[in-house]
Design a protein around this ligand. Structure first.
Ligand code: 3PG
Length: 307
């Protein structure tokens, strides 16, 4: 029987797993669950005899891909697929997909939620400030960036965006000002919300030169990936500028430095929480299951990322 594995070290909400089960079992497939696993070896063992796998930020590296002797498709239930070794998948003829857009509202709500939380001094009883009329720069205007713009408009923020892959018209039809470069975006905005993927061009690209252009008070909001930040540069900037704050969905590797020296100027989630809502889990999980069924039954390769 065709087997579909869900391998999630950070599990989906139970209601999402029920939905995935329904889609896969109605297709005549068997669903296998590996949740809360702690060692990559558990994933390697579980993938050995399955045809398809659904993951989140779980690492589908070369070892996992080579262990999947029957594996035909890997679907990352979410947007970023930097956790899949695409070359290894391609070499083995395995189709890799993501589920773009399915969890984007959840991530956008967290970005704005962290902004309110810090603007109100983490609800510590002291007077804070409002987001209304503050400038927000959205760095990359994909599904998450668009949702951030929609919600930020409700707060009355002034919104700019930079995305080299999206036309000015497409951005401006949402009432957002399109700017011509990342430098211009950072120079204009007190808040920057990052929505770039982690790849060879973007890793470490958020550096001192860019961040130091931000007017005071500056707040960097990262619901993208830790790897896109040059952490040494960020720490240097924290030392040089007392007005700078950093809000991140996932702790930086140098968290201890922030804790020791910059209390009150940062907030980090201990685990990546942006997409951790029932709605996002249901949307992304069921989309992944449907994509697997369509691929295995009909050869549908929509959303393939290793073409
Ligand atoms: C994504 O790329 O879709 C988000 O970062 C969510 O990741 P998660 O599924 O691990 O929560």
């Amino acid at each position: 029987m065709t087997k579909v594995l869900i391998a999630t070290d950070k599990p989906f909400a139970p209601v999402a797993v029920q939905g995935i089960r329904k889609v896969t079992e109605e297709a005549g497939f068997e669903l296998v669950l590996l949740e809360n696993y702690t060692s990559p070896d558990d994933f390697i063992k579980a993938v050995a005899d399955v045809d398809a796998v659904i993951i989140r930020s779980d690492k589908a590296d070369k070892a996992v891909i080579e262990a999947g002797k029957n594996l035909k498709i890997i679907v990352r239930a979410g947007a970023g697929y930097d956790n899949i070794d695409l070359q290894a998948a391609t070499e083995k003829g395995i189709c890799a997909m993501n589920t773009p857009g399915q969890n984007s509202n959840a991530v956008a709500e967290l970005a704005l939620g962290m902004m309110v939380y810090s603007a109100r001094n983490f609800y510590n009883g002291k007077s804070g400030f409002e987001l209304k009329d503050k400038t927000l720069g959205i760095h990359a205007y994909g599904y998450v960036g668009k949702n951030v713009a929609r919600i930020a408009k409700g707060f009355g923020m002034k919104i700019c965006a930079f995305d080299p892959f999206i036309t000015k018209e497409e951005i401006e039809k949402d009432g957002v000002t399109a700017v011509a470069s990342a430098e211009e975006l950072y120079a204009k905005c007190n808040y920057i919300s990052l929505h770039i993927p982690a790849n060879s061009q973007t890793k470490q690209s958020i550096n001192y030169a860019l961040l130091s252009k931000m007017p005071a008070p500056a707040v960097l909001v990262n619901t993208a990936r830790a790897e896109v930040i040059n952490e040494a540069d960020l720490l240097k900037l924290f030392q040089d500028r007392k007005d700078f704050a950093y809000l991140s969905d996932v702790e930086p590797t140098n968290k201890a430095d922030f804790e020791a020296n910059f209390k009150g100027r940062y907030f980090f989630t201990p685990k990546k929480m942006g997409a951790q809502t029932e709605e996002a889990n249901i949307n992304a999980g069921i989309a992944a299951a449907k994509q697997i069924v369509n691929f295995l039954k009909n050869g549908d390769r929509t959303f393939q990322v290793n073409k």
